[in-house]
Design a binder for this molecule. Structure first.
Ligand SMILES: [Zn+2]
Ligand SMILES: [Zn+2]
Length: 265
């Protein structure tokens, strides 16, 4: 019996995952001496931005370099896309109802999982986005680009059926195409994490308080944020509209290496 095992038999706790601040992200295990060989002690830290994600989202450090983000895809805010019996249901205007997509949010509970680096870097070449989830928002729902089936830009007719969060249902989830005003409305709030690990913010930047003027082709730039006093690369919702109304969340390309968000429901 070695010294370490002796310590455990004395009832010491092993902290498997530790992170700053939020207890909800800290996993503490009272280690049983019989399974010590299965434990991995992770000493990496989660980015402070993850503390502002919905507590319904499971965010776990898998190892020092990898964070796993898993959500059921259901948003934590109101929408006319919830079934009318839901506490979060809110009525849409009659004009919107006529164009709404089929299905309630409740119908699309699933599992959407993303794994990204704790320290994402720009890749040597960019990668185009594709249909489906390209990020996970702080609300628990997923982020899409501005395209629909056929990989063509969402039509004005379909867009007119989106809720006040620039979102609708189908084919496998409720999803945001445009600025989700439940949690970002012409401000610098955190929107979510994109599949390459970089964070997405609202139209304004914390670093200046205004609209950034140094954005690259992916609406990204490097500056301090409300979560990091050291400058780091991040994206913004672009401050230009389509159909004179909608601000696209992420037009891409990915500047980092994207992870394919797996989803099932
Ligand atoms: Zn859509
Ligand atoms: Zn910025």
């Amino acid at each position: 019996m070695n010294y370490f095992t002796n310590l455990l038999r004395l009832g010491f706790l092993v902290f498997v995952v530790s992170c700053s601040g939020d207890d909800s992200m800290t996993t503490t295990e009272d280690t049983d001496t019989t399974d010590i060989t299965d434990e991995t002690i992770v000493t990496g830290t989660l980015h402070a931005a993850f503390e502002d994600f919905s507590s319904d989202i499971e965010i776990v450090l898998l190892d020092d370099d990898t964070v796993s983000i898993e959500t059921d895809g259901l948003p934590n805010h109101t929408s006319p896309y919830w079934s009318p019996t839901s506490d979060l249901y809110t009525a849409a205007t009659v004009a919107r109802v006529a164009h709404m997509s089929p299905g309630y949010i409740d119908d699309f509970e699933g599992t959407f999982a993303l794994q990204v680096s704790t320290n994402p870097q720009k890749a040597s070449r960019t990668t185009a986005t594709s249909l489906g989830a390209i990020g996970i928002a702080v609300s628990g729902a997923v982020i899409y680009n501005q395209n629909e089936a056929g990989n063509i830009q969402i039509t004005e007719n379909v867009a007119s059926g989106l809720d006040y969060n620039g979102a609708h249902t189908g084919p496998s989830s409720y999803h945001y195409h445009f600025e989700p005003t439940a949690f970002t409305d012409n401000d610098s709030n955190l929107v979510g994490v994109i599949a390459d690990g970089f964070f997405l913010y609202g139209r304004k930047c914390y670093s200046t308080g205004g609209y950034p003027t140094d954005l690259d082709s992916s609406n990204g730039h490097t500056s301090v944020t409300q979560y990091n006093d050291d400058a780091e690369y991040h994206y913004h919702i672009g401050n230009t509209t389509i159909y004179n109304e909608y601000y696209v969340n992420f037009t891409g390309d990915y500047q980092g290496t994207p992870y394919r968000i797996s989803g099932r429901n």
